[in-house]
Design a protein around this ligand. Structure first.
Ligand SMILES: Nc1ncnc2c1ncn2[C@@H]1O[C@H](COP(=O)(O)OP(=O)(O)OP(=O)(O)O)[C@@H](O)[C@H]1O
Length: 246
């Protein structure tokens, strides 16, 4: 079963022409789905619709088999859909602990909250190691892991990640993608938007290429990576150029 599904969604801003024009995607349990596509294609808009920040003009948003079309962000979070925003959203003047526990604000049961805090510390060791540090003292990649940990405090079924590698160097980017896999292996479905398309598809189970507000092509991520035409158009060149014939 899909944890979240967008079906034939039309969505846009104000009176402007729709950005998404009949877009569909399904994120199966225990999988990472990566959305790629050119700038302005509507990738972040998909995450806004999936998180309830933007209501679709038509189409459906189904979470865990229930139609939640038009539900706002609070209801979507309560239904198990968490969003990790683009850029850095940690509170720098607060400790890592305070940042992470903020994610569990809606978890009333103290035992459950303590259990979740232990879970995220185990999943992201750096979060546990720096638990009492000010979040602003951490590196960009470490801060991103604090954001991941914060989003997992409510034990979401789905995490939406908007460009998690933005602003990170290649080493930190690798760590972040490793952590995305750990999230998935811990049972969270992940819908990922990335500029770093090739690297993201290497991590993902399924890929979906978005162009002109629709799905251009979708399928197993390794198949998209191997497609030379997609490589040229969307992934910044072919995967393995043959040496020129002499
Ligand atoms: N808040 C907004 N108000 C009006 N138009 C918006 C808003 N956010 C995005 N848009 C427009 O919607 C279109 C799609 O934007 P979106 O951010 O979803 O694309 P994207 O594929 O994520 O792009 P990028 O790869 O550059 O982040 C763009 O034309 C953009 O200008």
């Amino acid at each position: 079963m899909s944890e979240i599904e967008l079906v034939d969604v039309q969505a846009g801003y104000g009176r402007a022409a729709p950005v998404l024009r009949g877009f569909s995607v399904a994120v199966p349990a225990g999988s990472v789905v990566c959305l790629v596509g050119p700038n302005g294609a509507g990738k972040s808009t998909v995450l806004k619709v999936a998180s309830g920040l933007l209501g679709p003009r038509s189409g459906q948003v189904i979470v865990g088999g229930k139609d939640l079309t038009g539900a706002g962000p609070q209801k979507m979070l309560a239904a198990g859909v968490a969003l990790v925003l683009q850029g850095h959203s940690v509170f720098r003047e607060m400790t890592v602990e305070e940042n992470v526990l903020l994610g569990g604000y809606t978890v009333r049961d103290r035992t459950e909250k303590a259990k979740r805090a232990k879970f995220v510390k185990d999943l992201f060791p750096v979060v546990g190691e720096r638990w009492n540090s000010l979040a602003g003292l951490l590196s960009g990649g470490q801060q991103k892991q604090v954001e991941f940990a914060r989003s997992l405090m409510v034990d979401p079924k789905v995490v939406l990640l908007d460009e998690p590698s933005m602003g990170l160097d290649p080493k930190a980017t690798s760590t972040i993608f490793e952590q995305v896999v750990r999230m998935r292996d811990a049972g969270t479905a992940v819908l990922l938007v990335e500029q770093n398309a090739r690297r993201a598809l290497e991590t993902a189970d399924l890929g979906c290429v978005l162009d002109l507000g629709r799905v251009h092509i979708s399928g197993p991520a390794h198949e998209l990576l191997a497609d030379p035409q997609l490589g040229e158009l969307y992934l910044g060149g072919r995967p393995a150029e043959k040496p020129p014939a002499v």
